[in-house]
Design a protein around this ligand. Sequence first.
Ligand code: NAD
Length: 355
Amino acid sequence: MKKVLITGGAGFIGSHVVRLFLSNHPDYEIYNLDKLTYAGNLENLKDVEGNPNYKFIKGDITDAAFINTLFDENKFGVVIHLAAESHVDRSISNPLEFVTTNVIGTVNLLNAAKKIWDCNKDKPVRQDRIFYHVSTDEVYGSLGETGFFTEQTSYDPQSPYSASKASSDHFVRAYFNTYNLPVVISNCSNNYGANQFPEKLIPLFIHNIRNNKPLPVYGDGKYTRDWLWVVDHARAIDLIMHKGELGETYNIGGFNEWQNIELIKLMCSIMDKKLARKPGESEKLITYIKDRPGHDRRYAIDAAKLNKNLGWKPSVTFEEGLEKTIDWYLANEEWLKHLTSGEYQKYYEQQYAAR
Ligand SMILES: NC(=O)c1ccc[n+]([C@@H]2O[C@H](COP(=O)([O-])OP(=O)(O)OC[C@H]3O[C@@H](n4cnc5c(N)ncnc54)[C@H](O)[C@@H]3O)[C@@H](O)[C@H]2O)c1
């Protein structure tokens, strides 16, 4: 159980999972496998790169031969799979890339784990190995004004991104049913926090408010999302990996729904204070734009199973998490500058390739 492979560890959520596991489990060897696409940023993990229990591997989950060799050589006991193409807007312009990474990449990892763990239907499910698949609430589709997504909600993905994640979830479940591969899946609501690529709403808007740029709001702004602080998502993954039941799905969310427009107004008011602006000044940057296709109206997660069975609950309120996040972006301008200039993509060559 001690060799843990985390895929997509250089991304937003993955970097928090890597850091949390290194800190909570000093007896684990953490392998971070990441292709370093535009979304992968090793500067997210500068603080842990000297940790003797941490190893970074640059590689592509869509390359089956590479994945098989990696698993054969390292005999991982745990796989926590986060690597994915994750941005809905990009999936609308390039769906095939999402199928390749999110579906084929996942199946490559499942095959490699099945092989080294020697799983098949004639043997009981191994209790000493875990393939943990990290997924999204977007697989459930869109809700009306009321109701919540539970683990029993039927899948109804609306965008190419959510369709590719739904497909990968089905494959993970199918490997449990067909080959007795020890799997667990979690479906989480929208994450926010430090290290998120600024194409996503919260970091993008912090950047735009700070620089007096327009705040583009899709449609009427009443799209509703359920927000969770990324560190709480990482805590939930740690808990489910250690205490969750194999073959089960767990929804992760903070019972924290916000209409986009209300969230943006809250951000504007916090930023007005932080930037010593007059109350209401940042709100003037709000600009309504044409809606995008396949835009789900409302997501809301029922995380009662995780709370009841494993005792998990978020560690911060939304206001606290949002303030921590804003403070982080304001204090880490250098991180953002490296992203905008592309400097972050040189970090691997500078720090790792020569080792
Ligand atoms: N961001 C959210 O709000 C959210 C919510 C629920 C679930 N999720 C899921 O969590 C996971 C991580 O999301 P994120 O927001 O951190 O994404 P991200 O885009 O920030 O990170 C994805 C990482 O995967 C890597 N990657 C992409 N293609 C790869 C490949 N072919 N081989 C190896 N590595 C590759 C990228 O380099 C990047 O480091 C995804 O599976 C996503 O579906 C995200």
